[in-house]
Design a protein around this ligand. Structure first.
Ligand SMILES: Nc1ncnc2c1ncn2[C@@H]1O[C@H](COP(=O)(O)OP(=O)(O)O)[C@@H](O)[C@H]1O
Ligand SMILES: [Mg+2]
Length: 280
C-alpha cells in the first residue's frame, strides 16, 4: 500500500445469520481511498453501508478479508492504545445525540477529547475549543451550552468538532445529514466541503442520498446488496452511470442527470448563504 493510500478494504466479507436466511451485508468488498480524498459511498437502505462503516472503525468484525488504514492492519491497530489508536479513524454518526453526553457542556465535551493527548492550560484549552468551534462555524459562546439547548444541525456540527479534535487520519461519516431538515442539511454539507478544502481531510462520506454525495465528493462508490457495483469520479457516475443499479439511482433524481442541479440543494443554500440555523 503506497503512502498515498489512506484506506484499503481487501475482499471484506461480513454475513449475518437470520432465522432462515443469511444476509451478505459485505460481499467481497474491495475499495481503495487516497489520502486527502472525499469518497462518497451511496446505496439504498439495507445495502450494507453502515456495516462496512462499522467494520472500518473496528466496531464490526470481518468474516474474512482485510481493512488497512494508514498502512495498519486490523491486527496492528488492535495493539495501539489511547490517542495513537483514536487518531487512526473516527466516525461521525447519523444521530448526534449518540456522541454527546447530555450532562456535559459543549466546551467540556470537546475539551475532554483534547486533554487525552495534549497537556493544555485552562486558557489554552479554552482557545483550542474556541478554534474548533470556529472551524464548524459556531461562536465561542456555544462552549457553555448543554446539548439539549442546541438545534439538531448545531449538535451535528459539535459532533464534527469533537471528531476533528482527535485530528483523525480518516473520518467515516455515516448518514450525518440524514436526520436533519433539508435546509440544515445544506448548511452541514457546505461545512463538510469547506473543512475538506481547508484541512485536507480524508473522509468516507456515506449517504443513501446521491445528490448529497455528489455535491461534496470527488469520487463515488455505489453499493448494492453488499457489493460495490461501480466506483468512479462523481460527475462520471452521475452523467454516465454504467451499472444498472447506479442508473436507477440517478434516474430516481430527475434533475440530477439532466440539468446537473441538485434537487436537494436550493442554489442559494449551496452558495453558502447564511441560514437561520447557523445564526441561532
Ligand atoms: N447486527 C446485525 N444483525 C443482523 N443483521 C444485520 C445487522 N446489522 C445489519 N444487518 C443487516 O445487514 C444488511 C445491511 O445493513 P446496513 O449495513 O445497516 O445497511 P445500510 O447502512 O446500507 O442501510 C441489512 O439487511 C441489515 O438488516
Ligand atoms: Mg446505514
Amino acid at each position: 500500500m503506497s503512502n498515498e493510500t489512506i484506506l484499503e478494504v481487501r475482499d471484506a466479507c461480513i454475513t449475518f445469520e437470520k432465522r432462515d436466511s443469511v444476509v451478505h451485508a459485505a460481499d467481497h468488498i474491495s475499495l481503495t481511498m487516497k489520502r486527502g480524498a472525499m469518497l462518497g459511498l451511496v446505496g439504498e437502505s439495507g445495502s450494507g453501508k453502515s456495516t462496512l462503516a462499522k467494520a472500518i472503525v473496528g466496531m464490526q468484525p470481518l468474516d474474512s478479508g482485510q481493512i488497512i488504514i494508514d498502512g495498519l492492519s486490523q491486527h496492528d491497530r488492535a495493539k495501539l492504545r489511547g490517542h495513537a489508536r483514536a487518531e487512526i479513524v473516527q466516525m461521525v454518526f447519523q444521530d448526534p445525540y449518540s456522541s454527546l453526553n447530555p450532562r456535559m457542556s459543549v466546551g467540556d465535551a470537546i475539551g475532554e477529547v483534547l486533554e487525552t493527548y495534549e497537556h493544555l492550560s485552562a486558557e489554552e484549552l479554552r482557545d483550542s475549543v474556541a478554534e474548533l468551534l470556529r472551524l464548524v462555524h459556531l461562536p465561542a459562546e456555544v462552549a457553555s451550552k448543554m446539548p439539549d439547548q442546541l438545534s439538531g444541525g448545531m449538535r451535528q456540527r459539535i459532533a464534527v468538532a469533537k471528531c476533528l479534535a482527535v485530528r483523525p487520519k480518516l473520518i467515516v461519516a455515516d448518514e450525518i445529514t440524514s436526520a436533519l431538515d433539508v435546509s440544515v442539511q445544506a448548511v452541514v454539507l457546505n461545512l463538510i466541503r469547506s473543512l475538506h478544502e481547508q484541512l485536507g481531510l480524508s473522509m468516507l462520506f456515506i449517504s443513501h442520498n446521491l445528490a448529497a454525495v455528489r455535491y461534496i465528493c470527488d469520487d463515488i462508490a455505489v453499493m448494492h446488496h453488499g457489493r460495490i457495483v461501480e466506483v468512479g469520479p462523481a460527475e462520471q457516475i452521475v452523467r454516465s452511470p454504467k451499472d444498472p443499479y447506479t442508473r436507477s439511482l440517478v434516474g430516481a433524481i430527475p434533475s440530477l442527470g439532466d440539468a446537473g442541479r441538485d434537487v436537494l440543494l436550493d442554489p442559494a443554500l449551496a452558495a453558502g448563504a447564511p441560514q437561520p440555523e447557523g445564526q441561532r
